[in-house]
Design a protein around this ligand. Structure first.
Ligand SMILES: NC(=O)c1ccc[n+]([C@@H]2O[C@H](COP(=O)([O-])OP(=O)(O)OC[C@H]3O[C@@H](n4cnc5c(N)ncnc54)[C@H](OP(=O)(O)O)[C@@H]3O)[C@@H](O)[C@H]2O)c1
Length: 294
């Protein structure tokens, strides 16, 4: 990168936006805005903010991510996940700004038995997935040169996510029952942030990309790995033994249906951007190490 780039990220306090703020590469000025600074559901505010900052690119890390709550809050989910990206895409088109929009494996129904390709037809199972699919469609039709980066099973050292929930429950309980018939790829925000900054540096990149850590797991596998790695790192007491039982989705009903198979094909990222992903378990160890402060 020769000259400094001004990048604006939405959803400042979210897991991904926080990681982006921690890993700013040389040559990038990052402006992170929370919902009070920039509510992406307001077309007027979006346009005003873009006119004020005139960024080279926007990373849309803001989203309505409460998958179950979305079933009863359809309007709010669509406002943030569909109207929000539409507003950003329109402002980007008008002002010649690049847009990197983050999306999800939940746009698929999980009926496949092989990894989903970026061009596969979307068929969401619930309101969250539908609203994210609507956001993707709006971005693609308004700004075809935008990048849509789909990811899955996101976690980080901080924030509300499966890893931190497991660590809390493991310190409180002796037994846990975890769903073993949903398969996906746990993905660290570290991986996502590095990928996004690579995309920023390659200004010709456009279209849909899939980005997750390598390998697959069930939530049960993921929980067992969190337990083993946390014990090895001293994040859980040595003498505490927890029984982790595999259960089926039917044993753990939730308001929103989840895709049974959420694995995303990452070939396009590897071919176009030369980005090889690391196995999720190795990345998990690194993220948990971060929690130990070492
Ligand atoms: N988490 C996952 O497992 C997962 C999986 C696949 C894809 N993704 C995608 O990855 C992206 C980042 O997810 P994340 O886990 O970092 O999400 P997150 O932690 O839930 O953060 C989302 C952020 O967006 C903000 N936000 C909500 N409505 C807004 C609005 N109207 N204007 C501006 N900001 C608003 C939220 O603020 P408030 O706290 O004030 O609401 C929050 O800080 C999202 O596009 C998500 O769909 C996530």
């Amino acid at each position: 990168m020769n000259k400094s780039m001004k990048i604006l990220v939405t959803g400042k306090d979210g897991q991904l936006a926080q990681e982006l703020q921690k890993r700013i590469p040389a040559g990038i000025e990052l402006i992170a805005l929370d919902r009070n600074d920039l509510d992406i559901t307001s077309a007027g505010q979006v346009m005003q903010t873009m006119t004020h900052y005139k960024p080279d690119a926007i990373i849309n890390a803001a989203a309505y991510t409460a998958v179950d709550k979305a079933e009863s809050e359809k309007e709010q989910a669509y406002a943030v996940n569909a109207t929000g990206p539409e507003n950003l895409a329109k402002a980007c088109r008008e002002m010649g700004i690049r847009l990197i929009h983050i999306s999800t494996d939940f746009v698929f129904d999980g009926q496949s038995s092989t990894p989903y390709q970026p061009q596969d037809a979307v068929r969401p199972l619930g309101v969250y997935g539908e609203s994210k699919a609507a956001g993707e469609a709006a971005v693609q039709s308004i700004l075809p040169q935008a990048v849509i980066l789909r990811t899955a099973w996101v976690y980080s050292a901080h924030g509300a996510n499966f890893t931190n929930t497991m660590l809390r429950l493991m310190s409180e309980r002796d037994e846990l029952s975890i769903v073993a018939d949903q398969i996906g790829s746990p993905t660290s925000t570290q991986t996502l942030a590095e990928t996004i900054y690579t995309i920023i540096s390659k200004t010709e990149t456009s279209g849909i990309y899939h980005c997750t850590d390598a390998g697959t797991a069930s939530w049960y596998d993921f929980a067992v790995a969190i337990y083993e790695e946390a014990k090895a790192l001293g994040l859980l007491e040595e003498e505490k033994n927890i029984k982790i039982r595999p259960i089926s989705t039917a044993d753990y009903p939730t308001p929103a249906a989840r895709p049974a198979y959420s694995v995303l094909d990452k070939s396009r990222l590897i071919v176009d951007l030369n980005l090889e992903s690391q196995h999720w378990r190795r990345v998990l160890r690194r993220v948990l190490q971060e929690k130990t402060g070492s």
